[in-house]
Design a protein around this ligand. Structure first.
Ligand SMILES: C[S@@+](CC[C@H](N)C(=O)[O-])C[C@H]1O[C@@H](n2cnc3c(N)ncnc32)[C@H](O)[C@@H]1O
Length: 292
C-alpha cells in the first residue's frame, strides 16, 4: 500500500496527521520526516500500523506505543509506570540553564579545588530523567543526581541515564542524598501536584500516568512542601530551587517556599499565560555578603 494513503487513513482515524505519521514512522523504524522518501509499505507493516491505530483509538498514549518521548533536545524511554514528560516543563529547564549560567558553581576555596568546581544539580521526582538529561545535554559538565521513589519508574530512569555521568538515586526524596547537605547549587523538581479533588475532572489520557506522579494530597501541595524542605537541606547558601506546580497554585506555591525560608521567590507563567513554576533562593550567608 502507498505510504501517503496509509498516513491519510491514519490521520482520519485519529484526527491527527502528526500522530499518524509518528506511528507509521515508528512501525517502519524511520523518522517521521523520512516518510515521503518511502513510497510503498509492506502488508506486514500496514497490519502493524493498523494495530497501533486501534490501540491509540482505545486511549493508549502515542508515547507508550512508540516507547519514546521527546523533551527539549533529548529522547527518553517511557511506558506504563512512568510519567510522560510534558512540553510545559521545558520552561523550567530553561530557567535552570539561565540560573546555572548566572551561578556557575561554588567558589574554588569552598569546594576545595584549585579551579571553579562544576555546579552540583539535584533533580527531585525525576521520573524518566528527562529534565536532568536535557540539562546535561545543554549544560555539559554538571555534577548531577536524579532522585525517584517509584519502583515502576526506576527502570526507565536507569535505562535513560545509562552511559551518562548522571547518578540515579532510588528512594524517597525526603531523606535522599544527605551526604550532599549544604553543597548543592541548584535543585529542580516537577513533583506530583494535582489536588485529589481534581481527579474526576482529569481527561482519561492524563490518568494513564501513574497516580504517584500526579496527585499530591487534598491541596496538591504535599510533595512541594517536601521538595522545599529537602531543598533547604541540600542547597548551599545562595543556592536556587525551581519547581513546577499546578496552575491553581499561583499564590500557594510561592507561599510554601517562603514558609520554608527561601527568598527571592518568583512565580512564572507558561507560554499560555498560566502560572506554571516557582523559583527561589536560599539566603546568601557567605562571608562578605550582607544577605538578601
Ligand atoms: C510529575 S512526575 C515528573 C517526572 C519527571 N521529572 C518529568 O518532569 O517528566 C513526578 C515524579 O515524582 C515521583 N515522586 C513522587 N513522590 C516522590 C518522592 N517522595 N520521592 C521521590 N520521587 C517521588 C513520582 O514517582 C514521579 O515519577
Amino acid at each position: 500500500m502507498r505510504t501517503s494513503q496509509l498516513v491519510a487513513q491514519g490521520a482520519q482515524r485519529l484526527g491527527s496527521a502528526a500522530e499518524s505519521k509518528t506511528l507509521l514512522a515508528h512501525v517502519l523504524g524511520v523518522e517521521p520526516a523520512s516518510l515521503p522518501l518511502i513510497i510503498e509499505v509492506s502488508d506486514a507493516h500496514a497490519a502493524a500500523f493498523a494495530a497501533l491505530l486501534e490501540r491509540r483509538r482505545a486511549g493508549e498514549p502515542v508515547q507508550h506505543l512508540t516507547g519514546r518521548a521527546f523533551f527539549r533536545g533529548v529522547s527518553v524511554a517511557v511506558g506504563p509506570g512512568v510519567f510522560i514528560p510534558r512540553p510545559e516543563t521545558e520552561l523550567l529547564v530553561q530557567w535552570a540553564l539561565d540560573a546555572l549560567g548566572a551561578h556557575p558553581g561554588r567558589p574554588a576555596e569552598a569546594a576545595g579545588h584549585e579551579g571553579p568546581s562544576a555546579p552540583v544539580v539535584v533533580e527531585l521526582c525525576a521520573g524518566s530523567g528527562a529534565i536532568s538529561l536535557a540539562l546535561a545535554s545543554e549544560c555539559p559538565g554538571l555534577v548531577q543526581y536524579a532522585v525517584e521513589v517509584s519502583d515502576d519508574a526506576w527502570p526507565y530512569l536507569v535505562r535513560n541515564v545509562t552511559g551518562t555521568a548522571l547518578q540515579p538515586v532510588l528512594g524517597d526524596m525526603a531523606d535522599a542524598l544527605s551526604e550532599l547537605d549544604g553543597t548543592v547549587d541548584l535543585v529542580i523538581a516537577n513533583p506530583p501536584y494535582i489536588p485529589e479533588s481534581a481527579r474526576s475532572e482529569l481527561p482519561a489520557d492524563v490518568l494513564r500516568d501513574p497516580d504517584m506522579a500526579l496527585f499530591s494530597g487534598p491541596d496538591g501541595l504535599e510533595a512541594l512542601r517536601v521538595v522545599a524542605s529537602v531543598a533547604t537541606r541540600l542547597l548551599r547558601s545562595g543556592g536556587v530551587l525551581g519547581a513546577e506546580h499546578d496552575d491553581t497554585h499561583h499564590e500557594s506555591a510561592p507561599n510554601v517556599l517562603r514558609a520554608a525560608g527561601f527568598v527571592d521567590v518568583v512565580d512564572h507563567l507558561d507560554l499560555a499565560g498560566r502560572p506554571r513554576y516557582v523559583t527561589a533562593r536560599v539566603p546568601d550567608l557567605s562571608p562578605g555578603r550582607m544577605g538578601p
